[in-house]
Design a protein around this ligand. Structure first.
Ligand code: HAM
Length: 449
């Protein structure tokens, strides 16, 4: 029988990588925490309507890429010819913003006159895209959302914080490019959208079918077409920056001014429109300059002042971004990054014969209770086999326990790097632990002297 493989576009994070994913998240939460962002966890599936209304029906994400979740109960209803009620239509989250904004609205987290709510999250997102390097069907994002403030300082500090995170995790500043743009607001964008629509219709002959269709559904998305011909045509299209209202201009200039003041380099890109419909004003994306082909966006986001109202909450401005863990990892690996091994033991207890195993078990337990990481042999290996195992597990110390040691009431502690051995009284876990630390200190002193 053929063995069952993982689903297309999904990946297993094996221990070395799973450990790094934790470190990646911890680093993000630590950096974002300095700016006041605190964790939130929202469900992995939501009512489909949240994404349709929040992200936009005409976006690729919603119209083509959602995984719709069907419970056994709902499947039976459908198979029986029945219809699902709106609230039974569920989808796996393709992104985190809509769910977080729903949670903020539903739980009343933004209070009148209160400080903006700053939230950070990390976890899997699901999009049924065609898998390729850097594009998965289940991928991990780390993101932030700030609700309740429309000041440009929120946008600028968010962008700076994201760039600081990339550097903290090890992506060199010179390897990235930050693109910024403004999408305008409900006052200036409709007129601009009409101009782009008219431009597309005027140049329809030179544009692909999808871009022609976009004239009706979502004209600004034509800026995002990857086809060379369409790009050339769209390069001559009206530019949003020339059609912003005064308020949007002031906001955009303020964001850029704050980035300049913080020495964060950026490129203004009037074709940056992003693939989700909720954006207003600031949008931005961070790309890796070399080596990642078309999947080079390692993060992006922007302002969405109408999203909360769109999904039925109070009119509340918002700003946020998300970054893709897997793409960041590709960027790191392009710069020589390697995982640290997940297994790195402090100690391994080698038993000379079976008579000492129960005692070895007890000693191991005491050491773990004292905070050390380690193990004993669980497979009746020979002494030689146990040393091999200790090596494989990168144990710093091997404790050798045999009938002679037990008779003397001691255990032999061997430093695997220096091969030094000391005898430590059995049953005094703290002394065994301090023999580790002494040797570690001695080793460190040796290394520095
Ligand atoms: P997004 O640009 O769709 O924005 O996704 C953010 C990041 O997730 C991308 O820059 C990329 O690194 C990663 N990503 C997206 N799709 C995939 C995929 N199929 N495979 C691997 N990585 C992927 C959002 O999701 C918005 N919610 C960001 C945001 C938050 N805007 C405001 N607040």
């Amino acid at each position: 029988m053929a063995s069952i493989q993982r689903a297309e576009g999904t990946f297993d994070l094996l221990p070395d990588e799973a450990k790094f994913w934790r470190k990646f998240r911890d680093t993000a939460f630590e950096v974002f925490g300095r700016y006041g962002y605190v964790p939130i966890e929202t469900p992995i599936f939501e009512q489909t309507a949240l994404f349709v209304r929040g992200i936009g029906e005409a976006t690729d994400v919603v119209s083509k890429e959602m995984f719709t979740a069907i419970s056994g109960e709902n499947l039976n209803t459908l198979l029986g010819g029945g219809h699902l009620k709106a609230k039974s239509r569920l989808s796996l989250r393709p992104e985190g913003t809509a769910g977080v904004v729903r949670a903020v609205a539903q739980n009343g987290l933004v209070t009148q006159g209160g400080a903006p709510v700053k939230l950070a999250y990390a976890g899997p997102m699901f999009r049924a895209e065609r898998p390729q390097k850097g594009r998965q069907r289940q991928f991990n994002q780390v993101g932030i959302e700030c609700l309740g403030a429309d000041e440009p300082t929120i946008d600028a500090e968010g962008i700076i914080m994201l760039m600081r995170f990339y550097e903290a995790i090890g992506i060199p500043a010179g390897a990235m490019r930050l693109l910024v743009n403004s999408m305008g607001c409900e006052n200036c964008r409709p007129a601009y959208r009409d101009k782009v629509r008219a431009y597309i219709l005027e140049h329809a002959d030179a544009l692909c079918e999808e871009c022609q269709r976009r004239a009706d559904t979502n004209p600004l998305r034509a800026f995002d077409c990857k086809k060379e011909g369409c790009r050339e045509v769209m390069a001559g299209a009206p530019r949003i920056v020339e059609h912003l209202c005064d308020d949007c201009h002031v906001h955009y200039d303020a964001v850029k001014g704050l980035l300049d003041g913080a020495d964060v380099a950026y490129v203004e890109d009037y074709t940056l429109v992003r693939g989700l419909d909720y954006y207003t004003r600031t949008v931005f994306e961070v790309q890796v300059i070399e080596g990642m082909g078309s999947q080079n966006a390692i993060g992006g986001g922007g302002r969405y002042d109408k999203l909360m109202a769109e999904i039925g909450g109070a009119n509340t401005p918002g700003f946020g971004f998300a970054l893709g863990y897997e793409r960041c990892l590709l960027a790191l690996q392009a710069h020589g990054f390697e995982f640290e091994p997940a297994v790195k033991y402090d100690f391994y207890i080698a038993c000379v014969d079976d008579s000492v195993r129960p005692l070895a078990f007890t000693v191991a337990q005491k050491l773990r209770d004292a905070g050390m990481q380690g193990d004993i042999d669980h497979q009746h290996r020979s002494l030689k086999g146990q040393f091999k195992q200790a090596d494989k597990l990168s144990a710093d110390y091997v404790l050798i326990l045999g009938p002679d040691e037990v008779a003397q009431g001691v255990v032999k502690v061997r430093n695997m790097a220096s091969h030094n051995e000391v005898l430590v009284p059995l049953g005094e876990a703290d002394r065994i632990v301090s023999s580790f630390t002494d040797s570690t200190a001695a080793r460190a002193a040796g290394a520095t002297s």
